[in-house]
Design a protein around this ligand. Structure first.
Ligand code: AMP
Length: 206
């Protein structure tokens, strides 16, 4: 899944994972869990994440390869937030990790700023909600595990702008990388989650 922060990658990845019966690997979720658990990776990653910068490739690639080598990834996977720059994309190729399709979810920067400020996340299971576009059943509580939802540190306005700048400079060039390999599919996310899901399924032919 490619696309700027807040484009709906995680949400669509979950839909696809359920439909295809494969796991979603979100490097953002893995890193947030590491920060929460105070591991050495978490300690190294926290500052970068809080500032809206990319965590160094050596750190991310390490935890990612660990995850992708687990048994549940044998029949396929959906990557959410990985690769995030050309060096990571080339490393995946070098490691023989096959990517069939790069699905880019397109959305304007202005819309993203609006969406991210309304995003709420479950600190326990990482399920994502939005106060306007995808509210939980019970106000402020996770539908799955009933935990109190939180606002991500990096969803604050200033950090969101930094993350968008990083996206345009480092991640967006991946569209050309996968386009040149004939793997790029783009879908616009302008009319909410359900329409975006319909567009994603249609684009993938599933
Ligand atoms: P995300 O949840 O995908 O928006 O990721 C949150 C933060 O985790 C990013 O702003 C980065 O600081 C870090 N991160 C996640 N995935 C990567 C990656 N593949 N490479 C570098 N940093 C990452």
């Amino acid at each position: 899944m490619l696309g700027p922060p807040g484009a709906g990658k995680g949400t669509q990845a979950q839909v696809l994972a359920t439909k295809l019966g494969v796991p979603t690997i979100s490097t953002g979720d893995i890193l947030r869990a590491a920060v929460k658990n105070g591991t050495s990776v978490g300690l190294e990653a926290k500052g970068y994440m809080d500032r809206g910068e990319l965590v160094p490739d050596s750190v991310v690639i390490g935890v990612f390869l660990d995850r992708v080598s687990q048994d549940d990834c044998k029949t396929g996977y959906i990557f959410d937030g990985m690769p995030r720059n050309l060096a990571q994309a080339k490393e995946l190729d070098r490691q023989g990790i096959q990517i069939d399709t790069a699905l880019s979810i397109e959305i304007s920067d202005a819309e993203i700023e609006k969406r991210l400020t309304g995003r709420r996340v479950c600190p326990d299971c990482a399920e994502t909600f939005h106060v306007e576009f995808g509210p939980p059943k019970k106000d402020g509580m996770c539908d799955r595990c009933d935990a109190v939802l939180i606002i991500r540190e990096d969803d604050k306005a200033e950090t969101v702008r930094q993350r968008l700048a990083v996206y345009h400079a480092e991640t967006e060039p991946l569209k050309d990388y996968y386009k040149s390999q004939g793997k790029l599919i783009t879908v616009e996310n302008i009319n909410g989650i359900d329409e975006a899901t319909a567009a994603v399924l249609k684009a993938l032919g599933i």
